[in-house]
Design a protein around this ligand. Structure first.
Ligand code: HEC
Ligand code: HEC
Ligand code: HEC
Ligand code: HEC
Ligand code: HEC
Length: 259
């Protein structure tokens, strides 16, 4: 469609829209383009569109989660709407948590017809935590403050249990950060400078992120296997590389004296 046609189509749709009652047979089901989604929903759900355009998915079309038709809301609630784009450590840390295991076992039975509101599901999937109650920003974003997350979790868990989990998570991360600081100090002692260890230092970053995901997604696997022990392994390997490089440069110095 060219712009004029799009405008005409949207204008027609906008004329029809007020006559429609949601769930009515007459509701236009799509398919719609991104411009059409925005056109209607900027009017109908302005808060939602503002959250979307200032949140992490601002560059992502509505249809990436919703499909381009109106009858697919339940699809957007399923983990499958997220895991394609968030494959790898993000998806795996969740899949290896109790939440991920329970949701995976139950998802076919539940049908995802219920909105993602407090305590409405037995265990939380991706969107239950991150797009809670139709939130189109990121409900779990740390800058929203601890109480927002804790409120979501305490729909199912005792508040005391939840705050203990977050305190334990922060401590876990603090220890991880100390290890990253130590790694940088070891790398600085490399005779060719820290740039010689750029690759192992990338692994330190990756393992620190695993730890963050392990704490955020309540995955013991990411806290205690891909997280802390992986960082310990990094420190051992970094020390080893530096010691070997120092020995080598000392030997080279001795060689050059004896020449
Ligand atoms: C012609 C105007 C129009 C267009 C275009 C449009 N919508 Fe809607 N949409 C509505 C109306 C009307 C409702 C129901 C009332 C409300 O929630 O405001 C609705 C409701 C929804 C709902 C809630 C459904 C439910 O079961 O509660 C979702 C999700 C949605 N739209 C997504 C989209 C997406 C994604 C697009 C683009 C692919 C889109 N809409 C395009 C008018 C439109
Ligand atoms: C079409 C691809 C796509 C889909 C589908 C998608 N996302 Fe994203 N998401 C992204 C991109 C791109 C970013 C921004 C870059 C990044 O942080 O990875 C992002 C960012 C995020 C962030 C913020 C990450 C941060 O670092 O702060 C969260 C949380 C998130 N997505 C959760 C979800 C959830 C939950 C779903 C399913 C309901 C979902 N995403 C569906 C592509 C996608
Ligand atoms: C990252 C995935 C994702 C993107 C991108 C996304 N949505 Fe949604 N949307 C969801 C999920 C998940 C829900 C279900 C929330 C619930 O059940 O509480 C939802 C719910 C909605 C609803 C129903 C709100 C309510 O309170 O019941 C509307 C309307 C909607 N989306 C419109 C849009 C529009 C318009 C866009 C693009 C501007 C968009 N969404 C982009 C995942 C997404
Ligand atoms: C029990 C609630 C919960 C569930 C379920 C959940 N998340 Fe998260 N997620 C979190 C928390 C908490 C964080 C940590 C945020 C932080 O500290 O920055 C997080 C972090 C993230 C991040 C940021 C990663 C980064 O590198 O910063 C992304 C992206 C994400 N989750 C996507 C997903 C996806 C996709 C799923 C499903 C496959 C999912 N989440 C399931 C709570 C949840
Ligand atoms: C929709 C309900 C629901 C929400 C919301 C929810 N959980 Fe859970 N959570 C469960 C269920 C069910 C289990 C599995 C309990 C069991 O049988 O061990 C579980 C398990 C856990 C476990 C593992 C306990 C163990 O014994 O290994 C932790 C930790 C946890 N949740 C923390 C959280 C945190 C933190 C949040 C918020 C970011 C959260 N949960 C949100 C339902 C929920």
């Amino acid at each position: 469609m060219n712009t004029t046609e799009t405008l005409c189509a949207s204008f027609l749709l906008a004329l029809l829209a007020p006559l429609q009652i949601w769930g009515d047979e007459n509701v236009h089901q799509g398919p719609f383009t991104q411009a059409e989604c925005l056109q209607c929903h900027t009017d109908r759900s302005p808060a939602l569109v503002i959250q979307w355009s200032s949140g992490p998915h601002a560059g992502i079309d509505c249809a990436a989660c919703h499909g381009d038709r109106h009858d697919r809301l339940p699809e957007a609630r399923r983990d499958a709407a997220c895991s394609g784009c968030h494959a790898g450590a993000v998806e795996h840390s969740y899949a290896s948590s109790k939440h991920g295991v329970i949701v995976t076992l139950q998802q076919e039975r539940k049908g995802w017809q219920q909105p993602l509101v407090r305590g409405n599901y037995r265990a939380p999937g991706c969107a239950y935590c991150h797009l809670h109650s139709g939130d189109h920003g990121d409900t779990m974003n740390a800058t929203r403050g601890r109480h927002v997350r804790e409120w979501v979790c305490s729909g199912c868990h005792a508040p005391r249990y939840v705050s203990d989990q977050f305190i334990a998570g922060l401590q876990l991360l603090e220890i991880g950060r100390l290890k990253a600081v130590e790694a940088a100090a070891i790398a600085a002692r490399h005779p060719q400078g820290p740039a010689a260890l750029a690759e192992p230092m990338e692994r330190v970053k990756k393992h620190l992120r695993n730890l963050r995901l392990g704490a955020g997604h309540q995955s013991p696997d990411y806290q205690w296997w891909h997280g802390q022990p992986a960082l310990d392994g990094d420190l051992i390997r970094l020390r080893d590389s530096v010691a070997r490089a120092q020995r080598k440069s000392q030997l080279e110095a001795v060689d050059s004296w004896s020449e």
